[in-house]
Design a protein around this ligand. Sequence first.
Ligand code: NDP
Length: 286
Amino acid sequence: AALKQNVVELKDGREMRALGQGTWRMGEDKSKHDAEVEALRTGLDCGLHVIDTAEMYGEGESEKLVGEAIQDRREDVFLVSKVYPYNAYGDKLVSACDASLERLGTDYLDLYLLHWRGDAPLEETIQGMEQLKADGKIRAWGVSNFDVDDMEELLSLPNGDKCAVNQVLYHLGSRGIEYDLLPYLEEQGIPVMAYAPLAEGSDVKKDVFENETVNRIAEAYSASVAQILLAWTIRSGHVIAIPKAGQAEHVEENAAALLLDMSEEDFAALDEAFPPPTTKQPLDVI
Ligand code: NDP
């Protein structure tokens, strides 16, 4: 039952485990290759079936690494990749998708995302994504780094409501989306995929990891700060988090965060330490 609560349902009825695995910066350093493959496979063994990659990561090297890690167990994976905005329409979208599939060693993606909003007209991206779906190359499509205004525009277009997820930056030290985007998406039945849930690359990472309240709560559960951050991120049941971990020990630790049952008091204490937004914030991005 505890695990059942930790799935997020998509509009098409499929479920994503609330913790998955990010892969940015994987596949770029040969000396880390074996450890990274092992980490991803360990994650699958722990039930972290969502693997998130992109054609951008290492210009294809991340996808190749993922392909290697999943080659004998494609059916265990909910595979997500992303297309560059400048490839996100017409024939270029088809070629980009084919190239991702080739590198990943598979014939379909579970989810294909527009990495961020670029110059391509959204209508054409939607049309192209729907065609990929009809051709069986992807099961669903979504977007990334879309704020409320972008989402409203998307959803006003034909088939825009087929958008399955929005992947955005979200962690305890960056809560801006709670003001408007998160409730808006919840209303629309569109789950959030939280990237950088461990605050990687953020100015506040140190503040978060060294925060007294965060550390007190971690100690109370004999948990790590990373586990507290992940359990916090997925607390609503509408958000999945995709931490990147290149080491198997980190993955195992992250997966165990699914079992953490934090209390309302804990969440209230974390609200005091890192207050939720009271005004509109610009969408945080990396
Ligand atoms: P994260 O916040 O997930 O942090 C990753 C870092 O945390 C790595 O250095 C990793 O170390 C470390 N780490 C992982 N687990 C633990 C642990 N249990 N204890 C201590 N440290 C830990 O950052 P990312 O930027 O990687 O974001 C996650 C994923 O989101 C990306 O990999 C990518 O898939 C996606 N993303 C999407 C973006 C978008 O525009 N759509 C933008 C940015 C990210 P180690 O590797 O050594 O285990």
